[in-house]
Design a protein around this ligand. Structure first.
Ligand code: NAD
Length: 252
């Protein structure tokens, strides 16, 4: 293992977009820590990733400050530094406003918005020991445009885009850039759970490229934002959405 190699933490990395992001960082020579609450998926992910001595999997619920603190300390002990943090862990509740319970609202906020707040607070001091780093928050087009069924999810992601600006404003002058990606629909377990046939048809009509994105297409954009090529990009949300946001064609 190269002790000088850069280190990335990816949350919600056991599957889906997070797993593709972890794979992308490994391809670039990073050592990668994967945080997730799904131990079975996490173990399965670990068997797929190479080189194995550059991979660390940790059970961590990003909505719990004590678990995040312990997990981040474990990464520092094992790898000695942290250069990139990808706040990807997220959950989706797609329900009408009047049917969404306060418990569902609170859990979505705790994971999608609280998680990136907690993780960034825990990681930033360690990034600073090696001169800075880069944070990428995974938001969503549901935070760019309002539509039915997404009162909790969309609001959490809109909040995350503003949190990105707040974090960029405070951390830029110490050498930490913070940006967000707003993915369009991607065929993951989450999409299978909440995208009905009607939602799929709506996206098809509203996205100029007329297809879902892939996990790898999101991972490429995440890696770009962490790379030297994005050295002057800070506080931005990049929509990786096949043109959905550009057209203004609405969802119901
Ligand atoms: P996914 O459900 O396939 O993966 C999410 C992962 O996060 C899972 O492994 C899950 O166990 C983990 N997770 C959930 N709660 C957690 C917690 N409290 N702590 C740690 N890990 C937790 O979903 P995905 O589609 O890969 O989504 C990844 C991110 O991309 C999410 O933030 C999601 O909101 C966002 N996103 C997804 C889509 C899409 O269409 N799939 C579109 C836009 C944005």
């Amino acid at each position: 293992m190269n002790q000088e190699a850069r280190v990335a933490i990816v949350t919600g990395a056991a599957r889906g977009i997070g797993l593709a992001v972890a794979r992308r960082f490994l391809q670039e020579g990073y050592r990668v820590a994967l945080f997730d609450i799904d131990d079975a998926e996490l173990n399965h992910a670990a068997t797929q990733l190479q080189p194995s001595d550059s991979v660390l999997t940790i059970h961590c619920d990003v909505s719990l400050p004590s678990e995040v603190g312990a997990a981040v300390s474990q990464v520092e002990r094992r790898f000695g530094r942290i250069d990139a943090l990808v706040n990807n862990a997220g959950i989706a509740v797609f329900k009408p406003l009047l049917d969404t319970t306060y418990e569902e609202w609170e859990r979505v906020m705790a994971v999608n918005l609280g998680g990136p707040f907690i993780c960034t607070q825990a990681v930033a001091p360690i990034m600073l020991k090696h001169g800075g780093g880069s944070v990428v928050n995974i938001a969503s087009i549901s935070g760019l445009r309002a539509s039915t069924l997404r009162v909790a999810y969309g609001t959490s992601k809109a909040g995350l885009m503003h949190l990105t600006k707040q974090q960029a404003a405070e951390l830029g002058n110490v050498g930490i850039r913070v940006n967000a990606i707003a993915p369009g629909p991607v065929e993951t377990a989450m999409a299978k759970q909440v995208h009905s046939a009607a939602i799929r048809a709506d996206y098809h009509d509203a996205i100029p490229l007329a297809r879902y994105g892939t996990e790898e297409e999101i991972a490429n954009a995440v890696y770009f934002l962490c790379s030297p090529g994005a050295a002057y990009v800070n506080g931005q949300t990049l929509a990786v959405d096949g043109g959905f946001d550009a057209t203004g064609i609405g969802l119901p």
